[in-house]
Design a binder for this molecule. Sequence first.
Ligand SMILES: [Ca+2]
Ligand SMILES: [Ca+2]
Length: 353
Amino acid sequence: MKKAASVRGIVLPMVLIVGLVLSVSIFSFLRRSLVDSMIARNHDRAAAAEMLARGGISVATAVVFHHAYGKLVGRMDDKHPGATLEDLYAQVGNSPLETGWGGVLIISIEDAGSRLNLNALVPTGRTEEESKPSEEAEEFLVEFLEKIIDEAHGEIATGTYEPREMARNLLDYLDPDDVGISGKPEREYYLNQIPPYAPSDGPLLSVEELGLIEGFDARIAARIEPYVTVYPLLGEVGINANTAPAHVLAILQHGSSGDMRFANEDIVGSILRKRQDGQIVCTQTESDSERCISFSEVGLGTGSIFPPIDLPQEAKAFRVISEAVVESVVRRVEAVIDISDRQNPQLLSWRQR
Ligand SMILES: [Ca+2]
Ligand SMILES: [Ca+2]
C-alpha cells in the first residue's frame, strides 16, 4: 500500500512534466512551422518579384523593337524622325503595370544617346593612325573633368585629380596604340599595379571601368557616371540634344575651334521649353519642317557642337531598368539593349539586384 501511494505520488508530477514538455514542443513546433511558412512565403514573393523583373526586360525589348520598326513602317516619306522623349519607349516609365496577383512592374527605358558616350570620343578607324583621338576630344574632356571636380564642392579631395592628365590617360586607355599623348609608354602605370593589368586599348565595357584608369578612382567615376554611357561600344555619335536631361545638355560644347564653351542655363532652359512644345533641335531643319528648330534658335550658335552629332538622331542602344515589387519585396534588373542591327536586337549587359 505504501509503495503504491509513493508511485502515485511520482506519477502526478510526471504527468504534469510530460504535459508541460509536450505543450512546449507543440508551441515550438507551431512557431517553427509559422516561421517556415513565412520564409516560404517570402521566398515565393522574392521568386515572383525576380521573375516579374526579368519579364520586364522582355517587355522592354518588345517596346524598343517596336520603336525600331514601327517608326519605319509608319512613315512612308524619307523624313528621319529621330528619338525624342515623346516616343513610346520614353513614356513607358510613367505607367506602372499591375498584375492580377499583387505585383507591380515599373519599366524605365532611356536612350543611351541621351548621355555622353565616352567610347565615341575615339574614332573607330581601321589603323592606329585613323584611331588617334582629336585635340577637340582632349580639350572637351579637360573642361568636362574640371566641371565635375568643381561641382563636387570639395566632396572629393581636390588637388588629387589633374584634369589634363586624366583626359589624356582616358583617351590613351581607349586608343589602340601604346604611345601616350604626352609621349610616355601607356602601359607602365598599369603593369606596376598590384595585381598588374593592361589598359583596354579599345572601348570601355562599363562606366565603373573608369576607376581603373591612371589618375581616376572609384569616387570620381561615381561623380562622372550620371553624365556618361559606354554604349553603343562602337561608333562616334555625340549627345542627342532631343533626349538628354538638363545636366547632360549642360556639357554640350558649342562655338568655333579653339573657342568652345558649354551650353549655359539659358540654352539648356530654351531646349527644354522647346521640347515641351513638341519641337526638336535639328542640324538640317528641312528634315522635319514642322518640328525642327535650328541650333541658333536655342542659342547654340551657327558653329559646331562637340561631340559632333547630326540631329535628329535615331537611338541605337537603350538602358532599361525593370523594377518589380511583390508586397514588400523589390527586385531590380538593369539591362542594355542594342538595336543597331534592327533584325537582331542584342542584350549588351544584364545586372540583377
Ligand atoms: Ca595613345
Ligand atoms: Ca592605348
